[in-house]
Design a protein. Structure first.
Length: 266
């Protein structure tokens, strides 16, 4: 167990070396002063005695004062930084929540979850139907998957607003990532003692990354026909399933994040 006081452990190594040298010289000055007293060196030399004692006090006191003052200043800066972070946290949590929910027709997380689960079910059905079956001969293209493709597109329309079903998905993901970066990177170190779980930042970051890992715009309307292979549709369905899983995880974290925002509110 490290028994060193915090003000010493927090000090820079160069400051610690200066302290050791100063205290060593102070010990020498003290030894010289004591020996001089015994030898009567200071009789009639009050100025020299005062200078030597003043030097010893300086060599002992100044390093200690520097260590304590710098430690107190650091603690004060941490306290002020934490207070500012906790004051800002509810605002950023609200921005993250509003940004996440703006891609869905309803601003209720429960309704968004239900629609996403319906979309995931439709994509799984499409992926299964598009999978090559042993002994089954099919015509080229994916015309026979029209029913499953229509179900996926219908689920997409019900799950997302129009902006989230086209190229503006990129803007949605980017804005969402920016608010999370602000919340986790800028405020995160101050939020663990008010409810932020250690694994949450890693998993939320992974979910945000997954939204653009497979495709930058996974929630696009699907098309089939002779020019589109089942393998392509299977790949697109898989990308949507992965992205839906990421959004479901983010929605599941909203209650915890809002609780953190309330706990950190002044």
């Amino acid at each position: 167990m490290d028994m060193r006081p915090a003000w010493w452990k927090d000090a820079d190594s160069s400051v610690q070396r200066v302290c050791w040298w100063s205290w060593g010289l102070a010990a020498v000055a003290l030894a010289v002063g004591l020996y001089g007293d015994q030898q009567c060196w200071w009789d009639g030399r009050s100025v020299g005695a005062n200078l030597l004692s003043g030097l010893a006090g300086f060599l002992v006191g100044v390093p200690v004062a520097v260590l304590f003052l710098s430690h107190l200043a650091s603690r004060q800066a941490q306290t002020m930084g934490r207070a500012a972070a906790l004051k800002q946290a509810p605002v950023v949590v609200g921005q993250f929540r509003d940004t996440l929910l703006k891609g869905f027709p309803s601003d209720a997380p429960g309704a968004a979850r239900d629609r996403l689960k319906d979309l995931r079910t439709a994509c799984k059905a499409l992926s299964f139907a598009a999978k090559r079956q042993p002994g089954v001969i099919r015509a080229p293209g994916s015309s026979y998957l029209a029913k499953e493709i229509e179900a996926v597109n219908r689920a997409l329309e019900q799950a997302f607003v129009a902006k989230a079903r086209n190229s503006q998905q990129k803007e949605w993901f980017a804005e969402l990532s920016a608010y999370w970066w602000q919340l986790e990177t800028v405020l995160g170190p101050h939020l663990y003692d008010v409810g932020l779980k250690p694994e949450q930042p890693v998993r939320i970051e992974a979910a945000l990354t997954k939204l653009t890992a497979d495709r930058e715009t996974p929630f696009l309307q699907m098309t089939g026909g002779l020019s589109v292979s089942p393998a392509t549709l299977q790949m697109l369905a898989s990308a949507v399933i992965n992205s839906v899983g990421a959004l479901l995880y983010l929605l599941d974290q909203l209650d915890d994040l809002e609780g953190i925002g309330r706990a950190s509110a002044p």
